[in-house]
Design a protein around this ligand. Structure first.
Ligand code: FAD
Length: 405
């Protein structure tokens, strides 16, 4: 009998199991997750979960009965410690072995840390899991001054949530712009201004030098400039590292993630990798990429389920992302990188506009703030390859929504 084993019970892993069953896979499906909670949604952890409400509950990815009704063997609190590819078995922490005919690695990522003095002090947090979010939420309830290290999506979402609760917030960021790896300079500058207007003290070009202790807990962060920022709570949000250790130990190629082909398959054709842990070739980027988004994990999950069911095709989904930072709804379709040409559609000062990013005259991404219609139109246009020119976008009468009709 066919037996699919999925390592990682997060967004990607659960989607594989769901898609397999909904497309009629008759064999055994096992999902193994090391966290103890029922698989849950990560995005709210840096947003609504931190709001000043009575005990929030994590939003489950699927109800408990979904796993039972669909004969999905969900093993929580279980860690896969090794893959034996020759025998096609995974080994669990208790020594138990599970055989597979197809194996999906959906192991996600872990937070990066910084090797600076004081990083292990009480009051210094990271944010990846529900357990992290629970501790952070509790600490936020009594915090007076927060320092966020890193102005990426998660750091800024947390900063906005903390400001909403009336806490003093300083964000220090080594680069000259927030979200520099993910958005255009125009969008980065807009968000810098918006966070300052929310009352956040945003310090760009400022790295973390050290954390200072007082009575066993963090009391301040010292920037690389030597300046000291008082803090009884520090969130370190400096990015993530793919969980590719199992694949590496099993002799699979890893290079900033588990290397897969355009089908999301490793060099061992019984083994796939999806989501945050996988590095796959992306035609529009012209390179191998590793994406960190719910959409990439779930679309990858659907794709691999099709592959296991015998439909062989390349994974070519147009990437999309979102980030909610206080009142700002940022939505991105496509992939941009530094050096792309940009044309703005709409009025930046109104706080509702889109940045269209072009490479060699071709639209590669659209970043929208509080303009969901633009974003939906951009997804359709990028998927169809029916894109406007920079000159068309520059026309004040231009509308992405109308162009997509
Ligand atoms: P995950 O969802 O991380 O799941 C991987 C699971 O595998 C984990 O539970 C891990 O414990 C488990 N695992 C790893 N190794 C093993 C092992 N050896 N044995 C057993 N289990 C193992 N994306 C967006 O698009 N929009 C957002 O607004 C957004 N907000 C976010 C906010 C936060 C706070 C975080 C942390 C992420 C956010 N993301 C957002 C990113 C998004 O959540 C991830 O891209 C997505 O979860 C990736 O799914 P995944 O299945 O690859 O990994």
């Amino acid at each position: 009998m066919d037996q699919v084993v999925i390592v990682g019970a997060g967004h990607g892993g659960v989607q594989v199991a769901d898609s397999l069953r909904h497309k009629g896979f008759p064999g055994a499906v096992t999902v193994i997750g090391e966290e103890s909670a029922l698989p849950y949604q990560r995005p709210p952890l840096s947003k609504d979960f931190l709001a000043e409400t009575p005990e929030p509950q994590p939003l489950p990815l699927r109800a408990q009965r979904f796993f039972v009704e669909n004969r999905i063997n969900l093993r929580t609190d279980a860690t896969v410690t090794a893959l034996d590819r020759a025998r096609q078995v995974v080994v669990l922490d208790g020594g138990e072995e599970l055989p597979y005919t197809a194996l999906v690695l959906a192991t996600g990522a872990t937070t990066r840390t910084l090797a600076v003095p004081g990083i292990d002090l009480a009051g210094v947090h990271e944010l990846r899991t529900l357990s992290d979010a629970g501790k952070l939420r509790a600490a936020l309830g009594t915090a007076r001054s927060v320092v966020v290290v890193g102005a990426g999506f998660i750091g800024l979402e947390f900063a906005a949530a903390a400001r909403k609760r009336g806490v003093d917030v300083t964000v220090i960021e080594a680069a000259e712009r927030p979200m520099g790896r993910a958005v255009s300079p125009e969008m980065g500058d807009f968000f810098a201004g918006a966070h300052r207007r929310m009352g956040t003290d945003l310090r760009l070009g400022e790295g973390l030098g050290a954390l200072v202790e007082h009575r066993g807990s963090v009391a301040a962060a010292v920037g690389t400039s030597g300046r000291e920022y008082p803090a009884d709570l520090v969130l370190v949000g400096v990015g993530i590292q793919p969980r590719d250790e199992l694949a590496r130990a099993a002799g699979l190629e890893v290079d900033n993630g588990i290397v897969v082909d355009e089908h999301l398959r490793t060099a061992d054709h019984a083994v796939y990798a999806i989501g945050d842990c996988a590095a796959f070739p992306n035609a529009s980027a012209g390179a191998r990429v590793r994406l960190e988004s719910v959409q990439n994990a779930t679309e990858g999950g659907r794709h691999v389920a099709d592959m296991i069911l015998g439909t062989e095709s390349a994974y070519t989904e147009v990437p999309w992302f979102w980030s909610h930072q206080g009142p700002l709804r940022l939505q991105i379709a496509g992939l941009t990188r530094l050096g792309d040409d940009t044309v703005i559609s709409g009025d930046v000062h109104s706080g509702r506009f889109s940045v269209c990013c072009f490479r060699d005259g071709r639209l590669v991404a659209v970043e929208s703030v509080n303009r969901p219609a633009d974003y939906l139109a951009a997804r359709r246009l990028l998927a169809a390859g029916a894109c406007p020119t920079p000159e068309q976008v520059a026309d004040p009468a231009f509308s992405l929504k109308d162009h997509a009709k």
